[in-house]
Design a protein around this ligand. Sequence first.
Ligand SMILES: [Zn+2]
Ligand SMILES: [Zn+2]
Length: 327
Amino acid sequence: MHILDKNFGHPSRQDDDHEEQWNKWASSAGNTKSKSFNPPKTLPNPKSPPATKVKKRKVDQQEKDAQGNLTWLWKKKDTEVVVAVLPSQMKGRILLIRHCELCSLRPHQWLTGEVIEGVFHVAADKFGVVNFDNYEAVRSFVLVNNNHWKLLYIHAKTSPVFLVDPAQSIKELDDSEHAAKRIQEYFRMRRTRHSITDWVDVKWKGGVMGQPLQKDGCSCGIVVVKMAKAVMESFPLIPNVNFECSKKYMKRERRELALEILEASVFDEHTYCAMCAALRPPGSGSPITDWVQCDDCERWYHAQCLTMDSRDFKKAETGYWKCPLCK
Ligand SMILES: [Zn+2]
Ligand SMILES: [Zn+2]
């Protein structure tokens, strides 16, 4: 929770958010379920959000049934709904994983950069072996021609530069050497322009790590993530990596990675908006806004984040309303 607070810029939630406390909507007789929130004219005293208490059972159930939850999410048509918020190794940053990004882990799909970064940060957090404040290596995921992932790994201690290519490539060593040259130029430029001398004396040279090769056109992202995990785990040594790249294995691996993301998520979907992952709508000066809850999955949304007009909102408020994910 403190990560979310810090990053969404509302440092004193307890003090100033009482106007946003969840109020049960004064519903018609017989229907006691709260599914929307209208800002009150007078500000109520702070009290704990009923949504948290009411929905707790559902969260526990989802945790137990992570596999089922993932199957359900993957069956749905791609949406922009936030399905996970991940702590990041970079201070003060979090990573949002949207439903469409999580869906890029489905079999035979091409991974998005967000999901690759997300999986990597989850692994870094789990291993806890790398101190990123004093990490003498750099890894980066490189997108080539908008359709192929490579891993760039530079190692300051032993000075090789690896541009790991999951596809069979006779040019891999040449490409790594070219990258080493560019990196050398970059550090020299940094010394000249910003007087930063870190790594400027390292004699960078290209290398080939010898990674397993993808067997289809869409598994480059999976291989790259697995390589990134391996280099991090064996740091400061260069890993000798070998894993299977068969269709069956890649399918299983994709599912595992998606579950890792969901399990590592710190997103409380019963308190935050499932569209912007914040308590207040982005760009809104006023904290007062309308909220609407999905009658199927029980996620909450800012009406503003769904660009609902007052007619749509009234309809959602009074009838059975399904969110973009459940539609
Ligand atoms: Zn929102
Ligand atoms: Zn829903």
